[in-house]
Design a protein around this ligand. Structure first.
Ligand SMILES: NC(=O)c1ccc[n+]([C@@H]2O[C@H](COP(=O)([O-])OP(=O)(O)OC[C@H]3O[C@@H](n4cnc5c(N)ncnc54)[C@H](OP(=O)(O)O)[C@@H]3O)[C@@H](O)[C@H]2O)c1
Length: 304
């Protein structure tokens, strides 16, 4: 039987175990994929600790993991455009930290040969979310955008997609990450006390939008910089958007967006910045890394 990172009940890391699970079988519209890499996201932590249980109740034990890359092993009924042996990537409803996962074909794309399995695996959640946030804001070269949590998974993608459009980006991050952010094209600013003044000093004519990937602790500091709060897109905490008059990021992850992002990777425009990889046997450590809340770029689980 294939192995997967299972959580037995809602709770802390003690609920995690690598276990044998039944081989998944693709239903209509689904692909069975032999997983090569799986992206790790804060949503995996929120799922395990029960924060999402009202919104998304699960039959436990369950497997974590929302995005993977791999090779198609079998296709379910009504699937067109995919065949066994295809190299693919996409989001999975659950269960990506495993040797085999099911992907919905309509949110899966073929992986270009130039893009590694490791990089492809981390595009469907963080990079697509950054792409969605930009689509809501309709930004151009006259814009000056603050990205909070700019060195995290969503942040690094947002910075690069914004720079590709000629947008000036001010990114908040802890000081050890400032050189990293500068290399991505952002102007780094330390968060915490005085952050508003530091941004005002950098952009005395004002900013035109905020993409918040942290939540109220960060947004409450920077939101007063914007005259028009509808130019805030909130990624981290849905309720925070209403509190500050901003928009909740509109999640939309069709295959076409995945293809577009993979092309940006091939062109050298986008690098999701994988900074740590863990083998499936150490998947719990990968999750613990993300749970620190201080990841740089993306953390990936690889499957031999
Ligand atoms: N709605 C959606 O569809 C969707 C999709 C993806 C992600 N999300 C959510 O968006 C949030 C970010 O996701 P992610 O994948 O980018 O997270 P991540 O990769 O874990 O990055 C978090 C980043 O936040 C920074 N940070 C922590 N506290 C901060 C503060 N007070 N001010 C500024 N930066 C701070 C950390 O940098 P330092 O080390 O410098 O502190 C770290 O780089 C999570 O809540 C996630 O669940 C939502």
């Amino acid at each position: 039987m294939p192995r997967a990172l299972v959580f037995k009940d809602y709770g802390g890391p003690e609920q995690l175990a690598l276990a044998e699970v039944p081989m998944p079988s693709p239903a209509a519209g689904q692909l069975l994929v032999g997983v090569r890499a799986a992206g790790v996201n804060p949503v995996d932590v929120k799922t395990r600790n029960g924060r999402l249980r009202d919104f998304m109740p699960l039959d436990l034990p369950a497997v974590l993991g929302r995005e993977v890359s791999g090779v198609v092993e079998a296709v379910g009924p009504q699937v067109t455009g995919f065949a066994p042996g295809d190299e693919v990537f996409g989001s999975t409803p659950m269960a990506g930290f495993a040797e085999y996962a099911l992907l919905d074909a309509d949110v899966t794309a073929h992986k270009p040969p130039e893009v590694s399995f490791t990089v492809a695996a981390v595009l469907p959640i963080a990079s697509v979310t950054a792409y969605n946030a930009l689509a809501q804001l309709q930004l151009g070269a006259a814009d000056v955008v603050v990205v909070t949590g700019a060195a995290g998974g969503v942040g690094v993608a947002a910075v690069q997609l914004l720079r590709d459009r000629g947008v000036r980006v001010i990114g908040t991050a802890s000081e050890p990450k400032h050189v990293f952010l500068e290399k991505l094209g952002a102007e780094p600013v330390a968060y915490g006390e005085g952050v508003r003044e530091r941004i005002e000093a950098l952009a005395p004519s004002g900013i035109t939008a905020i993409i918040d990937t942290v939540g109220s602790v960060a947004l409450s500091d920077v939101a007063p910089l914007l005259a028009d709060s509808s130019r805030i897109v909130e990624v981290a905490e849905t309720a925070v958007a209403a509190e500050f008059g901003g928009l909740v990021v509109n999640r939309d992850r069709p295959s076409a967006t995945l293809i577009e992002l993979a092309e940006l990777v091939v062109r050298g425009v986008l690098d999701p910045c994988v900074t740590a990889t863990y083998p499936l046997e150490r998947a719990a450590d990968a999750l613990a890394h993300v749970e620190t809340g201080h990841v740089t770029g993306k953390v990936v689980i690889t499957v031999p």
